[in-house]
Design a protein around this ligand. Structure first.
Ligand code: FAD
Length: 554
């Protein structure tokens, strides 16, 4: 059997290697137009920042063997053609026309099963100046090497166009070496991953580290120095001098080969595949960044180009081209990244996405220490859970903070994958010892908070909503129930906040008006909720608290 794979980064080599394990007799070939193979694209920001010293480390196995063409040939018995581009698929004759980019020689490679792992390409916005020297995208290892070289050669003013996952990771890894300016078209960073009130917390961290952030700003042009090199970036927010510009404005699936071969594309523009990762031609499989996936919550097609997904696709395809019947059910849009001291994770639907899709949404924002507060190194995490109020099924989670986000995120992935309700999440037997967690894990606590809200016990408001109402000059009492020490340390910047510590609330409740709305808060809003119940027991009827307290104030 001849298995031909186009694309040699994540999905392609994974499919080839798995196919080899399942079918020792198959003739397997990978065609890759670039010069590097099977590298960790996700490691590029860390290589650019110098935490990974050599680019070969991104191409090495955990024991340090570089995965080059010789490795694939000798260890895996897989033939690899680098510097070779697939030009066209002839489905009738089952051949692929390829060109050796060095010699320009063109020839046909036959296949019984074809795998498209052509990945994605960075978006190049149609702005003047994109071709100037010093302007890069970050689509492959060659570009990552060029960006690192530019920094090593003294680029000190870096403008990043795009405040998404890649732009922010790059800002983090380069901030120690260069001044960073990020220009983002949307009103917030990470706008496709997080709800606005959480993006604001990320923006605060970026600004705190000296990153200049221009949101809701459009790049109009990139200007040169008269000698063909970049000099400045002109945006609707102003002009910024630049030695280096990295355009991180998203990626698009590479579907030219598939489209020209008449394979069906999905509504996202990426290649459409079934659960076996077969395209509309049963002998052609596709996976990784070139395909769309089904969202496990919404059931709708989505384009979520991630290395984690590409590798899982590769395994399923490898099985199936070798005669197996493995399936890939879909994705949750799970992502995790680190921006300075903040870990940021998300999975499932954000509140904004769930509302757009028409769900009857309920959500809760809940800060908590990631391990016992008395144990050294305890740090906060902020969890936002999103659920369907009609069915109580979980829809998604966003988790961020300096604490251990990863554990909670992956528990949420498991819960969402199994279709859990918020009540089931609250019963999970999660691990606890003081160095790792709290007796009630922050996730259990968040689930219980959301249950209280769904049951109508806790009346809580999103903090961004409160901020907007304050800005609009709405009339309500903002009641702070923290201790005097906490009050002296940090306050909300509003003059009319009423301060009554929780312990004095029963005694001093008479100072509060009964005819006005009262919104309570504390550090994380646990005492805020207690204050709500105390005031209600004293006959107050219009009391709520805002979620997240000072810890999550946007
Ligand atoms: P690609 O990596 O795009 O590889 C496709 C290959 O196919 C390319 O090498 C291309 O040259 C080749 N090709 C295309 N067309 C042809 C043709 N006609 N002929 C020959 N060869 C062809 N994902 C995560 O999950 N976590 C992360 O933290 C993360 N961080 C990232 C950071 C950066 C800076 C970048 C750029 C991406 C990151 N990703 C991350 C995404 C991840 O790298 C991609 O999802 C993954 O590389 C996709 O693998 P792929 O094999 O589908 O496609």
């Amino acid at each position: 059997k001849r298995i031909l794979v186009i694309g040699g980064v994540a999905a392609g080599p994974k499919a080839a290697a798995r196919a080899r394990r399942c079918d020792p007799g198959a003739e397997i070939t990978i065609v890759e137009e670039g010069s590097f193979l099977s590298y960790a694209g996700c490691g590029m920001p860390f290589y650019i920042g110098g935490m990974v010293e050599k680019h070969e480390e991104l191409m090495a196995t955990p024991v340090g063997v570089v995965r080059d063409a010789a490795f694939f040939r000798n260890v895996k018995d897989i033939n690899v053609l680098t510097g070779t581009r697939a030009e066209a698929i002839d489905r009738k004759n089952k051949t692929v026309r390829v060109t050796n980019l060095a010699t320009r020689e063109t020839y046909d490679l036959p296949y019984d099963k074809l795998v498209l792992a052509t990945g994605s390409k960075p978006v190049r916005p149609p702005i003047p100046g994109m071709d100037l020297a010093g302007v890069y995208t970050l689509g492959n290892l060659e570009e990552a090497r060029a960006v690192r070289q530019a920094v090593e050669q003294g680029a000190r003013r870096v403008v990043i166009i795009g405040g998404g996952l890649i732009g922010l990771e790059l800002a983090d890894t380069l901030a120690a070496k260069a001044g960073i300016t990020i220009v983002e078209l949307m009103d917030h960073v990470l706008s496709t991953l997080l709800d606005p009130e959480l993006s604001i917390l990320v923006e605060r961290v970026l600004r705190g580290k000296g990153v200049q952030l221009f949101l809701g700003s459009r790049v109009e042009r990139i200007e040169g120095d008269g000698r063909g090199a970049v000099a400045r970036v002109v945006t609707t927010a102003g002009s910024f001098d630049a030695d280096l510009v990295v355009v991180a404005a998203g990626v698009r699936p590479r579907v030219e080969l598939a489209r020209e071969a008449g394979l069906e594309l999905g509504e996202t523009g990426a290649i459409k595949v079934n659960e076996y990762l077969q395209t509309s031609d049963p002998d052609i499989y596709a996976g990784g960044d070139c395909v769309e996936n089904i969202h496990l919550i919404s059931g709708r097609p989505v384009y979520t180009p991630m290395g984690s997904v590409a590798n899982r696709h590769g395994r399923v395809i490898g099985d199936n081209v070798a005669g197996g019947r493995d399936t890939f059910s879909g994705v949750l849009g799970t992502a995790i990244l680190k921006v300075f001291e903040m870990n940021i994770g998300r999975t499932g639907l954000s509140e904004s996405e769930a509302r757009r899709l028409g769900y009857h949404v309920e959500s809760f924002i809940c800060p908590a220490p990631d391990r016992a507060h008395f144990y050294p190194g305890s740090k906060p995490v902020i969890i936002k859970l999103v659920a369907d109020a009609s069915t109580r099924k979980l829809l998604g989670a966003q988790i961020l903070g300096p604490g251990d986000v990863n554990k909670r995120l992956d528990v949420m992935v498991a819960a969402l994958s199994m279709g859990a309700t918020v009540d089931q999440l609250a019963t999970f037997d999660l691990a606890y010892a003081p160095p790792f967690s709290t007796a009630l894990d922050p996730l259990t606590h968040a689930a219980n908070c959301l249950r209280n809200k769904l049951d109508g016990r806790a009346r809580s408001i999103n903090p961004l909503e409160v901020k907007k109402r304050l800005a609009a000059g709405e009339d309500f009492v903002l009641l702070d129930v923290r201790t005097p020490a906490e009050f002296n340390e940090v306050r909300l910047p509003y003059p009319n906040v009423v301060f009554i510590p929780l312990g004095k609330l029963r005694e001093r409740a008479k100072e509060l008006p009964r005819d006005r709305e009262i919104i309570v808060f504390c550090k994380v809003s646990l005492r805020g909720w207690e204050a709500q119940t105390i005031l209600e027991s004293l006959g107050f009827t219009n009391v709520s608290f805002f979620e997240g307290g000072i810890a999550a104030w946007p």
